[in-house]
Write a protein of this length. Structure first.
Length: 433
């Protein structure tokens, strides 16, 4: 099928201006992510602050005052909500693969890390990523970004950041580069209260270490017991915060589930029985294929050969099977790339994660709905974005390449509307993300 070339005048035609304070467009199809459906020949009316109307019927005259016809009719375009990155370490430079350079980057002072992270938020929004749930850092970079992006005077076209502050790990165990130990506080409850007092949007704990690729498994024992994780849950929920848990390995994932976390992040080596318990307990899963897939994609640079490379392939194949089983059981699978981790670039990492989910068997419509409305509902607290519905912020994507055919089409040029402004993703350089 031949598709018409992008129209370079479209960004200007989509923008809200003093002369045109309300825009009325009609698109060939529109993703209603909240109701998991696609509207055909849909009307979308918005101003600088909110969406005024979405529907397939012609809008009422009262919405538009004297306007009788749409500003734009785009019969071959698709409109969908802006994307939400479900797991990001915004302070890290994800695209870098060299261990020494990554270590040097993290040695920079907190102000420099903050400034470099803040500069990412504008290009990310122009790519169509309107919000990020951060996975933590020890220098309060994420907390500062959260305050910046929540402020009324936040710079325009800036992705919103939700941060836990420092992740919480056991003294001397994995997590020191993005967290602080629970032992800094008298007990678990006071630790959680301290994070909230600092401004945490959610609570991040680190029940397990990471995968030993050479051995093909998580070797270290869990950092927290089931009872301790349950205490974290109680303390977080008492503060009306959801509990995000880094967990891989059968034993550690099991502890996280039994302790009652709200989201399992990564979840490599999860079992069928654990998936059933997640569904029964309404625990969401963010599988993050990207960090392991990047190890395979760059195995030559990373030095992985022979049995280790075989382990990586086996881990990904098993993870894909677990994803299919999770979907069949009705587990709430959300979308996050772990951007900032080794090889997972900000922006591009989320689009790649969506592609990996699609390759692994997650339906395209489900991926798009979960990367927008689903992530917003569970991970960012039902904010007025992530869905195209009346009263929500006008933060959405318009694309000529149909993402409902394959999410890979979102990696092609698209237009992004953000609170009345409009830009093409083609204007964004991916080099420094």
């Amino acid at each position: 099928m031949q598709v018409a070339a992008p129209n370079p005048d479209l960004p200007a035609q989509l923008r809200v201006t003093p002369e045109n304070p309300i825009r009325w467009i009609v698109v060939g199809q529109l993703l209603d992510a909240k109701n998991r459906r696609v509207l055909q020949h849909a009307h979308l009316i918005y101003d600088q602050n909110q969406i005024r109307y979405v529907g397939t019927a012609a809008p009422e005259a009262a919405i538009l005052k004297d306007q009788k016809t749409p500003d734009l009719i785009l019969p071959h375009h698709t409109a969908l909500p802006g994307l939400i990155e479900g797991h990001s370490h915004t302070f890290l430079e994800g695209a870098e693969l060299a261990a020494e350079k990554r270590a040097d980057y993290q040695k920079q002072d907190p102000q420099t890390l903050y400034q470099r992270a803040a500069t990412r938020l504008h290009p990310l929004a122009r790519l169509g990523i309107i919000a990020l749930r951060d996975g933590g850092d020890k220098d309060q970079v994420g907390l500062r970004l959260s305050r910046l992006t929540a402020a009324p005077d936040c710079p325009p076209f800036t992705a919103r950041v939700f941060s836990p502050g420092a992740g919480i790990h056991r003294q001397g165990r994995y997590g020191g580069f993005f967290g602080k130990p629970v032992e800094d506080h008298a007990d678990i409850e006071s630790c959680v209260r301290a994070r909230v007092a600092e401004g945490a949007d959610h609570i991040k704990i680190v029940p397990t270490g990471i995968i030993n690729f050479a051995k093909g498994q998580v070797v270290a024992p869990p950092q927290f017991s089931v009872e301790e994780i349950h205490q974290f849950r109680q303390a977080a929920h008492a503060q009306q915060k959801h509990l995000m848990a880094h967990a891989s390995g059968e034993l550690g994932v099991g502890y996280a589930i039994e302790g009652g976390v709200d989201t399992v992040e990564h979840g490599f080596f999860i079992t069928d029985d654990q998936l059933a318990r997640m569904r029964a307990r309404n625990i969401s899963w963010v599988p993050t294929f990207s960090p392991v897939q990047e190890q395979v994609d760059h195995a030559d640079l990373m030095g992985w050969t022979g049995p280790t490379l075989d382990n990586l392939h086996r881990i990904l194949e098993n993870h894909a099977r677990s994803l299919q089983k999770a979907l069949a059981r009705g587990v709430n699978v959300l979308v996050g790339s772990d951007s900032g981790s080794c090889g997972v670039a900000h922006g591009a990492g989320l689009f790649y994660e969506m592609e990996l989910l699609e390759r692994a068997g997650m339906p395209t419509l489900e991926i798009l709905c979960q990367a927008t409305h689903g992530n917003n509902r569970v991970l960012t607290g039902n904010r007025p974005f992530g869905s195209l519905e009346k009263g929500f912020k006008p933060r959405f994507i318009v694309t000529l390449d149909n993402p409902l055919e394959t999410v890979r089409n979102l990696q092609r040029e698209r237009l992004v509307v953000f609170d009345g402004a409009a830009e093409s993703s083609a204007t964004v350089s991916l080099e420094n993300l």
